[in-house]
Design a protein around this ligand. Structure first.
Ligand SMILES: Cc1cc2nc3c(=O)[nH]c(=O)nc-3n(C[C@H](O)[C@H](O)[C@H](O)COP(=O)(O)OP(=O)(O)OC[C@H]3O[C@@H](n4cnc5c(N)ncnc54)[C@H](O)[C@@H]3O)c2cc1C
Length: 461
C-alpha cells in the first residue's frame, strides 16, 4: 500500500469518472481524478444538458403558433441566439461548480491536466510532468466526434462540440449523419428558424431503431420543413461567396452557412498509453472489459463511452458506481444493459425501450404487434396534421411486452415511467388491466386492444 500515492486514479471527469471517484471516496478510498478540460464531461459541458436547453428553446416557435389557436394574441416573437448561448453557458458553469463541490465533499483530489498511462501502475500528468503511482486505475475518457476520412474542405466543418458555441444562428445549415445527435440538432436548428438539410448515407435515419419509428419521425421532420436526403454523402466542402458549397455524392451542390458532421463518436483512446499498460482494445477500437468493467489488466478498469457498450450518460454513471462498489465497497456489482429506456429529443420526440419489431421476430417464435397513429388533441385543435406513433411489441408465447416505441410529445417522459413496468416484465394483459388516464396521449398505450400484426417464425429447414 505504501508503495502507491493513491488507491484510485481516475482519468476523465465526465459522467462515469465523476460518479466512480465520488463513490470510491465515500467508501473511504484515497482518490485522484484528472480532467483535461472541464469537470462534468460531455454530458454536462457539451452533450445532454446544453443540448436539452437548446431543444427547449427550439420548441417555443411551435408553442407561439399554437397559442394563437387557443385565443392568445402575441406580438411578433423574436429570437436572440447570443442570449440563449450566454444563458446556457451560465447554467453549465453552475453545474460544473456543483460537480466539483460534490467531488471535494468526497475528498477526491481534482487535477486539471491530461493524464496518460506510463505503465500498468503509473500515470503521468502532462500539466506538470509529474508521475503518480496508483493501486487501481479507472479509464473514463469518453468518446470524441469522428469526422470521417478527411474530405476536401473538412476544416470548414463543425461537430456538435462547436455547434454549442456558434456566434450566430446559421440561416442555412447542412448536417451529415443519421443518428440521434444529427437528428436532434436538425430539429433544434429548424425550430429556431434555420433552413436545415440532413444528409445521411444509409436508407433511413436512426439506424438501429424500430423501422416504424424511423419512418414516422422522418415524415414528421419533413412535415416541419427539414429536407432529409438519404443514400448520399458529403464529398467536399468549399468556401464560396456568402457561404459554403457542399458537394454531395450525386454531384448535387448545396450552398449553406454552416456544415456540421454528426457521423458517430469514437472511443477516446488515442495517446492514452494503453499499450504501455497492457490494456487491450476490442475490434471496435473500444477498451475491452468484462461485466465488472475490468480490462485485460486486473487492477485497471474502464467505464462509459470509452468501452462503447451503450453510450448514454445514465449507463456511464451506473458503470462508474458499480465499479466503485465492486472494488472499494466490497459488493460485486455488474450493470444490466438490457431494457434500457432511451429518448431522442427530436421534434417530435422519440421514446423507446426493449426490442424493435425486427429484433423480436429474430428472437421469438411468435410476435404480436399493437400499433396506432393519431393526431394528439392538443395540436389537432389548432389544425396541425402532426401525428403521434405508439407501438407495442409482444412475445406471443409469454404475452410479455418486449418493446415499446413512441414518437410524439413527451415520449421521453412517458418511456421513463413505462420503462419500470417493461423492465419488470409487464405483459400485454397487465397493460390492458391498467386504467387509462383521460384525456392524455399516454392512455393510448393501455387502450390498444386490436392486434395490428402477428408473425410466426417458420421452422429452420
Ligand atoms: C451532443 C450530445 C448529446 C448527448 N445527449 C445525450 C442524452 O440526451 N442522453 C444521454 O444519456 N446521453 C447523451 N449523450 C451521451 C453522453 O454525453 C455520454 O454517453 C456520456 O457523457 C459518457 O460519459 P463518460 O464518462 O463515458 O465520458 P465523458 O462524459 O465524455 O467524459 C470523459 C472526460 O474525460 C476527459 N478526458 C479524456 N481524456 C483525458 C485524459 N487523457 N486526461 C484527462 N481527462 C481526459 C474529457 O475531457 C471528458 O471530460 C450525448 C452526447 C453528445 C455528444
Amino acid at each position: 500500500m505504501a508503495d502507491y500515492d493513491t488507491d484510485l486514479f481516475v482519468i476523465g471527469g465526465g459522467s462515469g469518472g465523476v460518479r466512480a471517484a465520488r463513490i470510491a471516496g465515500l467508501h473511504g478510498a484515497r482518490v485522484m481524478l484528472a480532467e483535461e478540460y472541464r469537470v462534468g464531461g460531455t454530458c454536462v459541458i457539451r452533450g445532454c444538458v446544453p443540448k436539452k436547453l437548446l431543444v427547449y428553446a427550439s420548441r417555443f416557435a411551435h408553442a407561439f403558433d399554437d397559442a394563437a389557436g387557443y385565443g392568445w394574441t402575441l406580438g411578433e416573437p423574436s429570437f436572440d441566439w447570443p442570449t440563449l448561448i450566454a444563458n446556457k453557458d451560465r447554467e453549465i458553469a453552475r453545474l460544473e461548480a456543483a460537480y466539483t463541490a460534490n467531488l471535494n465533499r468526497a475528498n477526491v483530489s481534482i487535477l486539471t491536466t491530461r493524464a496518460v498511462l506510463e505503465d500498468a501502475h503509473t500515470v503521468r500528468l502532462l500539466a506538470d510532468d509529474r508521475r503518480v503511482r496508483a493501486k487501481h486505475i479507472l479509464i473514463a475518457t469518453g468518446a470524441w466526434p469522428g469526422m470521417g476520412t478527411g474530405i476536401a474542405g473538412i476544416e470548414h466543418v463543425i461537430s456538435s462540440n462547436e455547434a454549442f458555441h456558434l456566434t450566430e444562428l446559421p440561416k442555412r445549415i447542412l448536417i451529415q449523419g443519421g443518428g440521434y445527435i444529427a437528428v436532434e440538432f436538425a430539429c433544434i436548428f429548424a425550430g429556431l428558424g434555420s433552413e436545415v438539410t440532413l444528409v445521411y448515407r444509409g436508407e433511413n435515419i436512426l439506424r438501429g431503431f424500430d423501422d416504424d419509428v424511423r419512418q414516422h419521425l422522418r415524415t414528421e421532420m419533413e412535415r416541419r420543413g427539414i429536407r432529409v436526403i438519404c443514400k448520399r454523402i458529403v464529398e467536399a466542402v468549399e468556401k464560396v461567396d456568402h457561404g459554403l458549397c457542399v458537394e454531395l455524392s450525386d454531384h448535387d451542390d448545396i450552398v449553406v452557412d454552416k456544415v456540421m458532421f454528426a457521423t458517430g463518436r469514437r472511443p477516446n483512446v488515442a495517446g492514452l498509453g494503453l499499450e504501455a499498460a497492457g490494456v487491450r482494445l476490442n475490434d471496435k477500437g473500444a477498451i475491452e472489459v468484462d461485466q465488472f468493467s475490468r480490462t485485460s489488466v486486473p487492477h485497471i478498469y474502464a467505464v462509459g463511452d470509452v468501452t462503447d457498450r451503450l453510450a448514454l450518460t445514465p449507463i456511464a454513471i451506473r458503470e462508474g458506481h458499480a465499479f466503485a462498489d465492486t472494488v472499494f465497497g466490497g459488493k460485486l456489482t455488474a450493470v444490466d444493459h438490457a431494457y434500457v429506456p432511451t429518448a431522442v429529443f427530436s421534434e417530435p420526440e422519440v421514446g423507446v425501450i426493449g426490442l424493435t419489431e425486427t429484433q423480436a421476430r429474430e428472437q421469438f417464435h411468435t410476435v404480436e404487434i399493437f400499433k396506432t397513429t393519431f393526431r394528439p388533441m392538443k395540436t389537432v385543435f389548432v389544425g396541425s396534421e402532426a401525428r403521434m406513433l405508439m407501438k407495442l411489441v409482444v412475445d406471443g408465447a409469454t404475452d410479455r411486452v418486449v418493446g415499446c416505441h413512441i414518437v410524439g410529445p413527451d415520449a421521453g417522459e412517458i418511456i421513463q415511467a413505462l420503462g419500470v413496468a417493461i423492465k419488470m416484465g409487464a405483459t400485454k394483459a397487465d397493460f390492458d388491466a391498467t386504467v387509462a388516464v383521460h384525456p392524455t396521449v399516454g392512455e393510448e398505450l393501455v387502450t390498444m386492444r386490436t392486434m395490428t400484426a402477428s408473425y410466426v417464425r417458420e421452422a429452420a429447414e
